[in-house]
Design a protein around this ligand. Structure first.
Ligand SMILES: O=C(O)CCC(=O)C(=O)O
Length: 278
């Protein structure tokens, strides 16, 4: 029966051709295979190998948003300590101060030298102090003409903290895309374990910190500890001890609209040294 049907097909569809139709001597019979969990390619061996390294997860950032003293690490360089004072300047006062500084500080966009050539900083700045300040291979000239409001704020911070400062770097973040990249305030001109007093006015931005990795990480920051601090209108943040030696900080760009923010970082520059800021 089967042979008869095959012959009929040859005579019908292919009967006119002289080409020989090659076909297997025996029709292949497809047998149903039993279901197994074995891989389809039996030539390959799949062996379970015990992982040689423990699975590492980057730690969640620690958020610091309450007033007080926060010791964030301890190392051979010493304790890294932050003091957070929200509402150091009352909102009513902070409002007119912000407007006045926004209008009256001679803001300027600094040009730095990076590995790919010159670039403009994504923010405006102004430097006050008797000494020049050099970072990213570009120098800010001495500027002894302190705005009276800045002198008043410096006096107020000195009175409350017990520290004294002779210099000030003012930063203006005009909108959400202005920022400052990872760095430490660790120039030789600032001396060992410098104290930095940072006063924020205007819109809130997140001040991010990351711990410098140990030598065995070869400069990889993937798994380091992180700290996030929202710096709101009128907040004072003090960085003390080994903070600059053991940590870096930045204010990143934001994905959502931000109104302008002014940050005043009071520092003490030592004379007779050359500042080098990375
Ligand atoms: O804007 C800030 O809060 C940080 C500024 C800063 O990192 C700096 O001036 O070195």
């Amino acid at each position: 029966m089967e042979d008869k049907r095959r012959r009929a097909r040859v005579q019908g569809a292919w009967a006119g051709t002289t080409r020989a139709v090659s076909r297997p001597a025996v029709d292949p019979v497809i047998k149903p295979q039993p279901k197994t969990n074995r891989p389809e390619n039996p030539g390959r061996n799949f062996l379970y190998k015990e992982p040689t390294e423990a699975y590492r997860r980057a730690p969640e950032p620690r958020v610091i948003d309450v007033a007080g003293v926060h010791e964030i690490s301890i190392s051979s360089a010493g304790v890294s300590r932050l003091r957070l004072v929200p509402l150091f300047i009352e909102p009513k006062e902070a409002g007119w101060m912000f407007e006045q500084l926004l209008q009256e500080i001679p803001w300027n966009q600094k040009t730095n030298m990076g590995p790919d050539g010159q670039y403009q900083e994504p923010r405006l700045t102004c430097w006050y102090g008797e000494l020049p300040y050099t970072y990213s291979r570009s120098t800010m000239q001495p500027n002894p003409h302190w705005h009276p409001l800045l002198t008043m704020l410096k006096d107020r911070i000195e009175e409350v903290t017990g520290y004294s400062f002779n210099s000030l770097l003012c930063n203006l973040y005009r909108h959400d895309k202005d920022s400052i990249d990872w760095h430490s305030d660790d120039e030789p001109a600032l001396g060992r374990n410098p104290v930095i007093a940072s006063l924020s006015l205007g819109d809130t931005r997140t001040f991010q910190m990351r711990k410098k990795p140990p030598p065995e990480e070869n400069g990889d920051y993937t798994y380091v500890e992180r700290v996030h601090i929202p710096l709101a209108h009128g907040t004072l943040l003090l960085m003390e001890g080994a903070t600059q030696e053991d940590w870096q900080h930045r204010v990143p760009k934001e994905y959502h609209d931000r109104r302008p923010r002014i940050n005043l970082t009071f520092r003490t520059m030592l004379p007779e040294t050359t500042a080098v800021h990375c």
